[in-house]
Design a binder for this molecule. Structure first.
Ligand SMILES: Cc1ncc(COP(=O)(O)O)c(C=O)c1O
Length: 435
Protein backbone atom coordinates (compact mmCIF):
# COMPACT_ATOMS: atom_id res chain seq x y z
CA UNK A 1 0.00 0.00 0.00
CA UNK A 2 1.36 3.50 -0.82
CA UNK A 3 2.50 5.27 2.35
CA UNK A 4 0.00 8.15 2.16
CA UNK A 5 -2.81 5.61 1.98
CA UNK A 6 -1.39 3.69 4.93
CA UNK A 7 -1.39 6.89 6.97
CA UNK A 8 -4.96 7.66 5.95
CA UNK A 9 -6.14 4.25 7.10
CA UNK A 10 -4.27 4.74 10.36
CA UNK A 11 -5.59 8.21 11.18
CA UNK A 12 -8.57 9.13 9.00
CA UNK A 13 -11.28 7.54 6.86
CA UNK A 14 -12.35 7.69 3.24
CA UNK A 15 -15.82 7.64 1.71
CA UNK A 16 -16.14 6.96 -2.03
CA UNK A 17 -12.50 7.97 -2.43
CA UNK A 18 -12.85 11.24 -0.52
CA UNK A 19 -10.93 11.91 2.69
CA UNK A 20 -13.06 12.08 5.86
CA UNK A 21 -11.99 13.75 9.12
CA UNK A 22 -13.22 12.85 12.61
CA UNK A 23 -15.16 9.91 11.15
CA UNK A 24 -17.93 12.21 9.91
CA UNK A 25 -16.75 15.34 8.13
CA UNK A 26 -15.86 14.97 4.50
CA UNK A 27 -13.15 17.00 2.80
CA UNK A 28 -15.73 18.09 0.21
CA UNK A 29 -17.80 19.84 2.87
CA UNK A 30 -14.78 21.57 4.38
CA UNK A 31 -13.34 22.94 1.13
CA UNK A 32 -16.81 23.96 -0.07
CA UNK A 33 -17.13 26.12 3.03
CA UNK A 34 -13.60 27.39 3.59
CA UNK A 35 -11.89 27.14 0.20
CA UNK A 36 -8.27 26.19 -0.52
CA UNK A 37 -5.44 26.19 0.29
CA UNK A 38 -5.94 25.40 3.97
CA UNK A 39 -4.75 23.34 6.91
CA UNK A 40 -7.18 20.84 8.45
CA UNK A 41 -6.53 19.27 11.87
CA UNK A 42 -8.33 16.29 13.34
CA UNK A 43 -8.87 16.43 17.12
CA UNK A 44 -9.21 12.64 17.29
CA UNK A 45 -5.65 12.28 16.08
CA UNK A 46 -4.46 14.85 18.65
CA UNK A 47 -6.21 12.79 21.32
CA UNK A 48 -4.74 9.54 20.11
CA UNK A 49 -1.22 10.95 20.05
CA UNK A 50 -1.60 12.48 23.50
CA UNK A 51 -2.89 9.14 24.84
CA UNK A 52 0.04 7.35 23.24
CA UNK A 53 2.54 9.76 24.81
CA UNK A 54 0.88 9.39 28.22
CA UNK A 55 0.86 5.61 28.01
CA UNK A 56 4.47 5.45 26.93
CA UNK A 57 5.87 7.71 29.64
CA UNK A 58 6.10 6.63 33.27
CA UNK A 59 3.02 7.94 35.10
CA UNK A 60 4.88 10.55 37.16
CA UNK A 61 5.92 12.60 34.08
CA UNK A 62 4.33 15.94 33.26
CA UNK A 63 3.90 17.18 29.69
CA UNK A 64 4.46 20.69 28.34
CA UNK A 65 3.35 21.09 24.74
CA UNK A 66 5.94 22.95 22.64
CA UNK A 67 4.11 25.95 21.18
CA UNK A 68 6.52 26.42 18.27
CA UNK A 69 5.26 23.23 16.59
CA UNK A 70 1.82 24.77 16.07
CA UNK A 71 0.80 27.89 17.99
CA UNK A 72 -2.88 27.99 16.99
CA UNK A 73 -5.09 28.98 19.89
CA UNK A 74 -7.37 26.00 19.31
CA UNK A 75 -4.42 23.60 19.51
CA UNK A 76 -3.04 25.24 22.66
CA UNK A 77 -6.46 25.10 24.32
CA UNK A 78 -6.85 21.46 23.30
CA UNK A 79 -3.69 20.49 25.19
CA UNK A 80 -4.34 22.85 28.11
CA UNK A 81 -7.69 21.09 28.64
CA UNK A 82 -5.76 17.85 29.05
CA UNK A 83 -3.67 19.36 31.82
CA UNK A 84 -0.51 20.07 29.81
CA UNK A 85 1.74 23.04 30.48
CA UNK A 86 3.34 24.95 27.59
CA UNK A 87 6.92 25.44 26.46
CA UNK A 88 7.63 28.73 24.69
CA UNK A 89 10.58 30.33 22.91
CA UNK A 90 9.60 34.00 22.56
CA UNK A 91 7.44 36.71 24.09
CA UNK A 92 5.03 36.27 21.17
CA UNK A 93 4.54 32.64 22.14
CA UNK A 94 4.21 33.70 25.79
CA UNK A 95 1.37 36.08 24.95
CA UNK A 96 -0.35 33.44 22.83
CA UNK A 97 -0.04 30.96 25.71
CA UNK A 98 -1.65 33.44 28.13
CA UNK A 99 -4.39 34.21 25.64
CA UNK A 100 -5.19 30.51 25.37
CA UNK A 101 -5.75 30.51 29.14
CA UNK A 102 -2.44 29.08 30.35
CA UNK A 103 -1.39 30.16 33.86
CA UNK A 104 2.04 31.86 33.69
CA UNK A 105 3.44 29.42 36.23
CA UNK A 106 2.66 26.54 33.84
CA UNK A 107 4.92 28.04 31.15
CA UNK A 108 8.60 27.24 30.50
CA UNK A 109 10.75 29.60 28.45
CA UNK A 110 13.66 28.01 26.55
CA UNK A 111 15.64 29.12 23.51
CA UNK A 112 18.73 31.23 22.81
CA UNK A 113 18.77 35.02 22.44
CA UNK A 114 16.05 35.99 24.92
CA UNK A 115 15.98 39.79 24.99
CA UNK A 116 15.76 41.96 28.09
CA UNK A 117 12.28 43.05 27.09
CA UNK A 118 11.17 39.43 26.75
CA UNK A 119 12.67 38.44 30.09
CA UNK A 120 11.15 41.42 31.81
CA UNK A 121 7.71 40.62 30.43
CA UNK A 122 7.73 36.97 31.53
CA UNK A 123 9.27 37.67 34.94
CA UNK A 124 6.76 40.41 35.68
CA UNK A 125 3.91 38.00 34.90
CA UNK A 126 5.38 35.19 37.03
CA UNK A 127 6.58 32.57 34.52
CA UNK A 128 7.10 29.00 35.78
CA UNK A 129 10.71 28.48 34.71
CA UNK A 130 13.30 30.05 32.43
CA UNK A 131 15.81 27.72 30.86
CA UNK A 132 19.29 29.20 30.79
CA UNK A 133 21.07 29.01 27.45
CA UNK A 134 24.24 31.03 28.22
CA UNK A 135 26.35 32.46 31.04
CA UNK A 136 25.30 35.98 30.09
CA UNK A 137 21.66 35.01 30.40
CA UNK A 138 22.21 34.14 34.09
CA UNK A 139 23.41 37.68 34.79
CA UNK A 140 20.66 39.23 32.69
CA UNK A 141 17.87 37.32 34.45
CA UNK A 142 19.37 38.08 37.87
CA UNK A 143 19.58 41.79 37.08
CA UNK A 144 16.00 42.01 35.82
CA UNK A 145 14.61 39.96 38.73
CA UNK A 146 16.35 42.23 41.20
CA UNK A 147 15.01 45.31 39.46
CA UNK A 148 11.47 43.90 39.54
CA UNK A 149 11.83 42.57 43.09
CA UNK A 150 10.89 39.02 42.11
CA UNK A 151 12.57 35.64 42.35
CA UNK A 152 13.28 33.89 39.05
CA UNK A 153 12.98 30.11 38.77
CA UNK A 154 15.73 28.97 36.44
CA UNK A 155 16.81 25.62 35.05
CA UNK A 156 19.88 24.99 32.90
CA UNK A 157 19.57 23.65 29.39
CA UNK A 158 22.49 21.27 28.98
CA UNK A 159 24.42 20.67 25.80
CA UNK A 160 25.58 17.14 26.57
CA UNK A 161 28.80 15.58 25.41
CA UNK A 162 28.65 13.57 22.20
CA UNK A 163 27.13 10.26 23.32
CA UNK A 164 23.47 9.38 23.05
CA UNK A 165 22.67 11.55 20.11
CA UNK A 166 20.42 11.04 17.15
CA UNK A 167 17.49 12.51 15.27
CA UNK A 168 17.21 14.44 12.05
CA UNK A 169 18.37 17.81 13.32
CA UNK A 170 20.91 17.81 16.07
CA UNK A 171 20.88 20.62 18.56
CA UNK A 172 23.43 19.32 21.02
CA UNK A 173 26.58 17.25 21.49
CA UNK A 174 28.70 19.58 19.40
CA UNK A 175 29.46 23.31 19.23
CA UNK A 176 26.01 24.83 19.38
CA UNK A 177 24.19 28.02 20.38
CA UNK A 178 21.82 25.90 22.49
CA UNK A 179 22.36 25.33 26.20
CA UNK A 180 25.39 25.21 28.47
CA UNK A 181 28.17 22.78 27.55
CA UNK A 182 28.11 19.87 29.98
CA UNK A 183 31.73 20.58 30.89
CA UNK A 184 30.74 24.02 32.23
CA UNK A 185 27.66 22.98 34.14
CA UNK A 186 29.11 23.12 37.67
CA UNK A 187 30.39 26.68 37.21
CA UNK A 188 26.97 27.88 36.03
CA UNK A 189 25.19 26.08 38.89
CA UNK A 190 27.53 27.89 41.32
CA UNK A 191 26.77 31.22 39.69
CA UNK A 192 23.00 30.66 39.90
CA UNK A 193 23.07 29.41 43.48
CA UNK A 194 25.14 32.38 44.60
CA UNK A 195 22.61 34.85 43.29
CA UNK A 196 19.87 35.91 45.74
CA UNK A 197 17.30 36.64 43.02
CA UNK A 198 17.60 33.22 41.35
CA UNK A 199 16.20 29.84 42.39
CA UNK A 200 17.96 26.90 40.79
CA UNK A 201 15.21 24.49 39.76
CA UNK A 202 16.69 21.85 37.54
CA UNK A 203 18.07 20.67 34.24
CA UNK A 204 16.76 20.48 30.71
CA UNK A 205 18.20 18.21 28.04
CA UNK A 206 17.15 18.50 24.46
CA UNK A 207 19.54 17.62 21.75
CA UNK A 208 17.57 16.91 18.62
CA UNK A 209 14.21 16.65 16.92
CA UNK A 210 12.55 13.91 14.82
CA UNK A 211 13.98 10.91 16.68
CA UNK A 212 12.40 7.66 15.50
CA UNK A 213 14.72 5.24 17.28
CA UNK A 214 13.62 4.37 20.81
CA UNK A 215 17.17 3.32 21.69
CA UNK A 216 18.39 6.88 21.09
CA UNK A 217 15.65 8.32 23.28
CA UNK A 218 16.28 5.89 26.13
CA UNK A 219 20.01 6.59 26.05
CA UNK A 220 19.37 10.35 26.03
CA UNK A 221 17.10 10.01 29.05
CA UNK A 222 19.71 7.90 30.80
CA UNK A 223 22.29 10.55 30.08
CA UNK A 224 19.93 13.14 31.59
CA UNK A 225 19.53 11.07 34.74
CA UNK A 226 23.32 10.68 35.04
CA UNK A 227 23.97 14.40 34.66
CA UNK A 228 21.21 15.17 37.15
CA UNK A 229 22.75 12.81 39.70
CA UNK A 230 26.10 14.55 39.28
CA UNK A 231 24.55 17.96 39.97
CA UNK A 232 22.54 16.65 42.94
CA UNK A 233 25.76 15.34 44.48
CA UNK A 234 27.25 18.79 44.02
CA UNK A 235 24.38 20.86 45.45
CA UNK A 236 23.24 18.31 48.03
CA UNK A 237 19.59 18.76 47.01
CA UNK A 238 17.37 16.86 44.57
CA UNK A 239 16.31 18.87 41.52
CA UNK A 240 12.79 20.29 41.36
CA UNK A 241 12.54 19.52 37.66
CA UNK A 242 14.29 17.31 35.14
CA UNK A 243 13.10 18.11 31.61
CA UNK A 244 13.95 15.66 28.84
CA UNK A 245 12.82 18.01 26.04
CA UNK A 246 10.87 17.04 22.94
CA UNK A 247 12.22 15.24 19.92
CA UNK A 248 9.88 12.27 19.48
CA UNK A 249 9.55 11.74 15.72
CA UNK A 250 6.83 10.76 13.26
CA UNK A 251 7.34 8.95 9.94
CA UNK A 252 7.43 11.19 6.87
CA UNK A 253 9.53 9.57 4.20
CA UNK A 254 9.90 6.30 2.34
CA UNK A 255 10.56 3.47 4.67
CA UNK A 256 10.56 5.42 7.94
CA UNK A 257 8.84 3.45 10.69
CA UNK A 258 6.79 4.81 13.57
CA UNK A 259 8.58 5.21 16.89
CA UNK A 260 8.27 1.88 18.71
CA UNK A 261 6.44 3.10 21.80
CA UNK A 262 6.16 -0.38 23.29
CA UNK A 263 9.91 -0.77 23.38
CA UNK A 264 10.28 2.82 24.54
CA UNK A 265 7.95 2.10 27.47
CA UNK A 266 10.02 -0.93 28.42
CA UNK A 267 13.25 1.10 28.28
CA UNK A 268 11.85 4.04 30.24
CA UNK A 269 10.20 1.81 32.85
CA UNK A 270 13.52 0.09 33.43
CA UNK A 271 15.40 3.37 33.77
CA UNK A 272 12.89 5.05 36.06
CA UNK A 273 12.31 1.98 38.24
CA UNK A 274 16.07 2.03 38.94
CA UNK A 275 15.74 5.50 40.48
CA UNK A 276 12.24 5.22 41.97
CA UNK A 277 13.51 5.00 45.57
CA UNK A 278 16.73 6.91 45.00
CA UNK A 279 16.91 9.86 47.43
CA UNK A 280 18.74 11.87 44.75
CA UNK A 281 15.40 12.09 42.93
CA UNK A 282 12.99 12.54 45.82
CA UNK A 283 10.41 15.11 44.80
CA UNK A 284 11.87 15.64 41.31
CA UNK A 285 9.24 16.35 38.66
CA UNK A 286 10.21 14.57 35.44
CA UNK A 287 8.89 16.21 32.31
CA UNK A 288 8.90 16.34 28.51
CA UNK A 289 8.07 19.13 26.07
CA UNK A 290 7.17 17.55 22.73
CA UNK A 291 5.68 19.30 19.72
CA UNK A 292 5.86 17.25 16.53
CA UNK A 293 4.78 13.95 18.08
CA UNK A 294 1.58 15.49 19.45
CA UNK A 295 0.40 17.53 16.45
CA UNK A 296 2.30 16.43 13.33
CA UNK A 297 0.08 13.56 12.27
CA UNK A 298 -3.19 15.41 12.95
CA UNK A 299 -2.77 17.92 10.12
CA UNK A 300 -3.36 17.80 6.36
CA UNK A 301 -2.49 20.67 4.04
CA UNK A 302 -4.96 20.76 1.16
CA UNK A 303 -4.55 22.69 -2.09
CA UNK A 304 -6.44 22.56 -5.36
CA UNK A 305 -5.07 21.87 -8.83
CA UNK A 306 -5.26 25.06 -10.90
CA UNK A 307 -3.35 23.96 -13.99
CA UNK A 308 -1.75 20.87 -15.49
CA UNK A 309 1.06 21.09 -18.01
CA UNK A 310 3.71 18.93 -19.61
CA UNK A 311 7.17 20.40 -20.16
CA UNK A 312 9.63 18.34 -22.20
CA UNK A 313 7.92 15.14 -21.21
CA UNK A 314 7.50 15.93 -17.48
CA UNK A 315 4.04 16.47 -16.05
CA UNK A 316 3.40 19.25 -13.52
CA UNK A 317 0.31 19.65 -11.35
CA UNK A 318 0.19 23.34 -10.41
CA UNK A 319 -1.72 23.94 -7.19
CA UNK A 320 -2.94 27.03 -5.36
CA UNK A 321 -0.76 26.33 -2.29
CA UNK A 322 2.99 25.93 -1.97
CA UNK A 323 6.21 26.43 -0.04
CA UNK A 324 5.16 29.87 1.26
CA UNK A 325 2.50 28.10 3.35
CA UNK A 326 4.23 24.76 3.91
CA UNK A 327 7.95 25.26 3.68
CA UNK A 328 8.76 21.91 5.29
CA UNK A 329 6.93 19.93 2.59
CA UNK A 330 9.00 21.67 -0.08
CA UNK A 331 12.14 20.36 1.62
CA UNK A 332 13.45 23.81 2.45
CA UNK A 333 13.02 23.72 6.24
CA UNK A 334 16.25 22.11 7.29
CA UNK A 335 16.11 18.98 5.23
CA UNK A 336 19.38 17.96 3.66
CA UNK A 337 17.95 15.71 0.96
CA UNK A 338 14.69 16.82 -0.57
CA UNK A 339 12.30 13.95 0.01
CA UNK A 340 8.56 13.93 -0.53
CA UNK A 341 6.14 14.23 2.34
CA UNK A 342 3.27 11.72 1.97
CA UNK A 343 1.09 13.29 -0.72
CA UNK A 344 -2.10 12.03 -2.38
CA UNK A 345 -5.16 13.16 -4.30
CA UNK A 346 -7.57 13.39 -1.38
CA UNK A 347 -10.66 13.25 -3.59
CA UNK A 348 -9.46 10.20 -5.58
CA UNK A 349 -8.24 7.87 -2.85
CA UNK A 350 -9.81 4.81 -4.49
CA UNK A 351 -8.29 5.34 -7.94
CA UNK A 352 -5.16 3.54 -9.17
CA UNK A 353 -1.79 5.32 -9.31
CA UNK A 354 -1.32 5.78 -13.02
CA UNK A 355 1.02 8.69 -13.57
CA UNK A 356 4.22 10.20 -12.29
CA UNK A 357 4.07 13.94 -11.66
CA UNK A 358 5.63 16.88 -9.83
CA UNK A 359 3.25 18.89 -7.65
CA UNK A 360 4.31 22.54 -7.68
CA UNK A 361 3.02 25.77 -6.17
CA UNK A 362 2.37 29.14 -7.79
CA UNK A 363 5.54 30.93 -6.65
CA UNK A 364 8.13 32.17 -9.11
CA UNK A 365 10.90 29.95 -7.83
CA UNK A 366 11.98 26.41 -8.67
CA UNK A 367 12.05 25.75 -4.91
CA UNK A 368 8.26 25.79 -4.83
CA UNK A 369 7.75 22.04 -5.15
CA UNK A 370 5.43 20.07 -2.86
CA UNK A 371 6.29 16.67 -4.33
CA UNK A 372 8.78 15.45 -6.92
CA UNK A 373 8.27 12.47 -9.21
CA UNK A 374 5.37 10.97 -7.27
CA UNK A 375 2.83 8.43 -8.43
CA UNK A 376 -0.76 9.67 -8.35
CA UNK A 377 -4.06 8.77 -10.01
CA UNK A 378 -4.75 10.65 -13.25
CA UNK A 379 -5.44 14.21 -12.08
CA UNK A 380 -7.72 16.84 -13.51
CA UNK A 381 -7.96 20.56 -12.83
CA UNK A 382 -10.07 21.03 -9.67
CA UNK A 383 -8.78 17.91 -7.88
CA UNK A 384 -7.40 18.30 -4.36
CA UNK A 385 -3.85 17.48 -3.31
CA UNK A 386 -3.34 16.61 0.36
CA UNK A 387 0.01 16.76 2.11
CA UNK A 388 -0.20 14.51 5.17
CA UNK A 389 1.84 14.80 8.41
CA UNK A 390 1.41 18.60 8.22
CA UNK A 391 0.23 19.51 11.73
CA UNK A 392 3.68 20.48 13.07
CA UNK A 393 6.10 23.07 11.69
CA UNK A 394 3.71 23.68 8.77
CA UNK A 395 2.00 27.06 8.53
CA UNK A 396 3.99 28.45 11.47
CA UNK A 397 7.37 27.63 9.94
CA UNK A 398 6.61 29.07 6.50
CA UNK A 399 7.43 32.38 4.75
CA UNK A 400 3.75 33.33 4.50
CA UNK A 401 4.35 36.74 2.96
CA UNK A 402 6.39 35.63 -0.02
CA UNK A 403 4.54 36.62 -3.20
CA UNK A 404 1.78 38.29 -1.18
CA UNK A 405 -0.73 35.48 -1.15
CA UNK A 406 -3.38 35.55 1.55
CA UNK A 407 -2.37 33.37 4.49
CA UNK A 408 -4.11 29.98 4.70
CA UNK A 409 -6.89 29.34 7.22
CA UNK A 410 -6.93 26.51 9.72
CA UNK A 411 -9.89 24.25 10.44
CA UNK A 412 -10.16 21.93 13.44
CA UNK A 413 -12.50 18.97 13.14
CA UNK A 414 -13.70 18.15 16.65
CA UNK A 415 -16.79 16.36 17.93
CA UNK A 416 -18.19 15.89 14.44
CA UNK A 417 -17.86 19.54 13.48
CA UNK A 418 -15.40 21.43 11.27
CA UNK A 419 -14.63 24.72 13.01
CA UNK A 420 -12.67 27.56 11.48
CA UNK A 421 -9.98 28.27 14.08
CA UNK A 422 -7.94 30.77 12.05
CA UNK A 423 -9.43 32.80 9.23
CA UNK A 424 -7.86 33.23 5.82
CA UNK A 425 -5.70 36.35 5.66
CA UNK A 426 -7.18 39.32 3.82
CA UNK A 427 -5.61 41.54 1.17
CA UNK A 428 -5.83 44.36 3.76
CA UNK A 429 -3.59 42.28 6.09
CA UNK A 430 -0.87 42.53 3.44
CA UNK A 431 -0.54 46.29 3.84
CA UNK A 432 -1.90 46.92 7.33
CA UNK A 433 1.60 47.22 8.86
CA UNK A 434 2.99 49.55 6.17
CA UNK A 435 3.57 53.14 7.27
C1 LIG B 1 13.64 23.77 23.51
C2 LIG B 1 12.73 22.96 22.64
N1 LIG B 1 11.78 22.22 23.22
C3 LIG B 1 10.91 21.48 22.49
C4 LIG B 1 10.98 21.45 21.10
C5 LIG B 1 9.99 20.62 20.34
O1 LIG B 1 10.62 19.63 19.63
P1 LIG B 1 9.82 18.48 18.86
O2 LIG B 1 8.81 19.14 18.01
O3 LIG B 1 10.87 17.77 18.11
O4 LIG B 1 9.20 17.61 19.90
C6 LIG B 1 11.97 22.21 20.45
C7 LIG B 1 12.10 22.19 18.99
O5 LIG B 1 12.94 22.76 18.37
C8 LIG B 1 12.88 22.98 21.24
O6 LIG B 1 13.82 23.72 20.68
Amino acid sequence: MPEAHALISRHFQADSGVLVFGEQVSLDAIVAKYGTPLFIYDARVLDRKYASLRQTLPSNFSISYSVKANPSQAILKHFLEKGCGLEIASSGEFLQALQAGCAPESILFAGPGKTEAELELVLAKGIGEIHIESALEVERIAMISQRLGVMANVAIRVNPTGEALGGAMRMGGQSTPFGIDEEELEAIVDRICSHPALTFRGLHLFSGTQILDYVVLVSQYRKGVDIARRIVKKTGNPLHTLDFGGGWGIPYFGKEEELDTQQLTVGLDELFSEIRDDPDFTGTQFMVEPGRYLVGEAGVYVSQIIDIKVSRGKKFLIVDGGMHQHLAASGNFGQVIKKNFPVCLVNKLDEPMEETVDVVGPLCTPLDVLARGIQLPVATVGDFVGVLQSGAYGRTASPLHFLSHRSPPEVLVKEGEAKLVRRRGTYEDLTSDCV
